[in-house]
Ligand binder design. Structure first.
Ligand SMILES: NC(=O)c1ccc[n+]([C@@H]2O[C@H](COP(=O)([O-])OP(=O)(O)OC[C@H]3O[C@@H](n4cnc5c(N)ncnc54)[C@H](OP(=O)(O)O)[C@@H]3O)[C@@H](O)[C@H]2O)c1
Length: 372
């Protein structure tokens, strides 16, 4: 396999290092914006050099962002090259465009590192689907949020301190919105549900609530009632009906999710035959992530394409009812309140869709579902 590598940052450099000692694949060209020299690959700023090189059969995209990643990946598919990418935003956003095109052109498209970093989650879903249907996917998919919530819970930091610490350790970006507002987890849920259920989820039907409004007082309320807060995704399918949402969720202190430390991920599926399986590990980092990019290249050499056939467009129906912790409520919340926890309330069961619609109009509030 001859690889054209796009991007030479955290992930791209890791891919270059891991492939350097392999006989079955070689990074032939690297597209990057810095002036660097590599012993055995041509470095260029010009993507056309990769596109026009007929000896390059596979493009590994590790640039991030939507543009020009989308244009580069699309034209590589058009040119008959296989794609491996770690870019969940790209795949979730352009799923309906890129996946059918890859199938039409007969090229492989893999993105295992995009969800779970070093955890082989999407490739495991592919394996599970060979034998059984998956009824549920979800869990802790964002190490930055888990690091912040864990620091607040275990070390007693307030939100701002925990975020600054995550930034100084390189876990959080200078602009942390994609992580703390739940957008990264939302991309990963959409991709996971699409693969697990063999569908294409209507993105507008999948709501996401993040953690940026959480306070030290909320954490004290959770502790006093025996709960730990995590940002989790949740997707289900049953009899042709789907749910999918991202939200802070309170787990009893003995639950597996409650024990996940620092920046780790814990992703779970329910299989109709195998039952519940959870996958725990490093959701990010140079070598864990690059490891799964290289695994994808090996899978392509073994003849694999995407994880599932491209499926029909479906909307999530989030009418399922959950109890919610709400701080910063209004009259509607007061009408639905069942208990008081400090300065917040816990509601009677409320439809997930209704609660997220309310939060949109009350963005200063903090909500967390209580795990059933
Ligand atoms: N880091 C992780 O642990 C991790 C884990 C899972 C998935 N991912 C995903 O992997 C992707 C890459 O992440 P990363 O952490 O490796 O990002 P990164 O460190 O910022 O690296 C991206 C690289 O791409 C280069 N680049 C950007 N635009 C370019 C262009 N138009 N032409 C050529 N090069 C360009 C950047 O150059 P400049 O720096 O000069 O702009 C940088 O070297 C993202 O989609 C991310 O979500 C990352």
């Amino acid at each position: 396999m001859k690889i054209g590598l796009l991007g030479f940052g955290v992930v791209g450099r890791g891919v270059y290092d891991i492939t350097a000692s392999r006989d079955d694949m070689q990074v032939a060209k690297v597209v990057c914006l810095e002036d660097i020299q590599l012993p055995d690959a041509e470095v260029t700023r010009d993507f056309q050099k990769v596109l026009n090189d007929e000896t390059i059969d596979t493009v590994v995209e590790a640039m991030g962002g939507l543009h020009p990643a989308y244009e580069f990946v699309r034209s590589a598919i058009e040119a008959g090259k296989n794609i491996v990418t770690s870019n969940k935003a790209l795949v979730a956003t352009f799923y309906d465009d890129l996946l059918p095109l890859a199938a039409e052109k007969g090229v492989a498209f893999r993105c295992t590192a995009a969800v779970g970093g070093g955890i082989g989650w999407l490739s495991e879903l592919e394996r599970v689907r060979r034998v059984e249907e998956v009824s549920m996917v979800g869990g802790i998919m964002n190490g930055t949020c888990n690091y912040i919530l864990d620091s607040m819970t275990r070390l007693g930091l307030d939100y701002g301190e925990a975020l600054r610490q995550a930034q100084s350790l390189g876990y959080a970006e200078a602009n942390p919105s994609t992580d703390v507002d739940g957008i990264d987890t939302w991309h990963k849920l959409i991709l996971s549900a699409n693969v697990a259920f063999g569908v294409s989820l209507e993105k507008a039907s999948v709501p996401a609530a993040g953690i940026s409004r959480i306070s030290a007082g909320d954490i004290a309320n959770f502790k006093a009632n025996g709960y730990t807060c995590k940002l989790v995704s949740h997707g289900t399918q049953k009899d042709g009906s789907y749910t999918a949402y991202v939200q802070p969720t309170l787990f009893p202190q003995g639950a597996l999710e409650a024990a996940v430390p620092t920046n780790f991920n814990l992703i779970t599926l329910d299989g109709e035959v195998s039952g519940r399986q959870s996958f725990y590990g490093q959701g990010a980092g140079r070598y864990p992530t690059a490891y799964n990019v290289v695994q994808d290249c090996v899978s392509i050499l073994a003849g694999k394409g995407f994880y599932c056939p491209y499926g029909k467009k479906v909307s999530a129906d989030n009418s399922v009812k959950l109890r919610y912790y709400v701080r910063g409520g209004d009259n509607w919340i007061a009408e639905n309140a069942a208990e008081t926890w400090g300065d917040a309330v816990v509601t009677n069961p409320v439809a997930v869709s209704e609660m997220h619609a309310w939060l949109k109009n009350n963005p200063a509030a903090f909500i967390a579902a209580i795990a059933e």
